[in-house]
Design a binder for this molecule. Structure first.
Ligand SMILES: *Cc1c(COP(=O)(O)O)cnc(C)c1O
Length: 235
């Protein structure tokens, strides 16, 4: 992608631009894929731009990156409609919880939802996609650590929920998503998610963030969601 050398300058992470950090992360993704004997394009790098405004995001779009993640529908609505007009090939991923009263807006704006976690949301997303004539990529979020405060389907219920999404709501489920507990070895959760995906007959694995995306790639991630390693620390 490069055009000119200015943005590949190295420095302390805080002094680097988001585009320079993106290029560094892309290099790490490629290296992790190679080390795992996987193809580089088997993993989609989602640049998580939550809390950053359009001025921070646009250089990354201008550099050619197209997959972005946001965790709040409302916040995404404030910045993405204009950016999507300017960069129509943008693919926007909702990676945070979805309330059913935001489903219409979410289906209008996003291209993928990684946080399908209950029948009510699955049903309304299906109805909205049909109404709007849009097809989004859908991931079921799994609470692999069975943490009470965390969103996601419990591991024991994933297969029946994915089956229900297919048969009752007519949805195609692309894969599973997880956010491992902060204080546990992420590799265990990535391996577990991969096993659950096999049990459910789905391919996609949305797993891995700034601190552990290389591990996630080793365990088969199809999508890694990387925020602070690209955009810098969130204020
Ligand atoms: C914020 C967020 C990320 C990115 O986190 P970083 O540690 O900044 O890379 C990934 N996934 C989800 C669900 C998030 O909310």
């Amino acid at each position: 992608m490069g055009q000119g050398g200015a943005r590949t300058q190295m420095g302390k992470p805080d002094e680097m631009t988001a585009v320079a950090r993106l290029e560094a992360v892309q290099g790490q993704v490629a290296a992790a894929a190679k080390a795992a004997n996987r193809s580089e394009d088997a993993t989609t790098l989602i640049a998580v731009s939550k809390t950053f405004d359009a001025d921070h995001i646009e250089p990354v779009l201008a550099a050619g990156h197209r997959d972005f993640g946001e965790n709040r529908v409302q916040e995404a609505h404030g910045k993405w409609p204009d950016l999507k007009v300017k960069y129509p090939a943008t693919k926007l991923h909702l990676i945070g919880p979805l309330q059913s009263n935001k489903t219409k807006e979410a289906v209008e704006l996003f291209d993928a939802i990684h946080s399908i976690d209950r029948p009510k949301i699955a049903r309304t997303v299906g109805q909205e996609m049909a109404r709007q004539g849009r097809t989004l990529e859908l991931f079921v979020q799994v609470n692999t650590g069975e943490e009470p405060q965390k969103a996601g389907v419990m591991p024991a219920d994933v297969k029946s929920f994915v089956d229900q999404c297919r048969t009752e709501f007519g949805l195609t489920i692309q894969g599973l998503m997880c956010i491992p507990p902060a204080d546990e070895e992420p590799a265990i959760h990535f391996a577990f998610l991969a096993k659950l995906a096999g049990d459910c007959g789905v391919q996609g694995l949305s797993m891995g963030m700034s601190g552990d995306f290389e591990t996630a790639i080793r365990f088969g991630a199809s999508h890694v969601r990387v925020g602070s390693a690209i955009f810098g620390a969130r204020g």
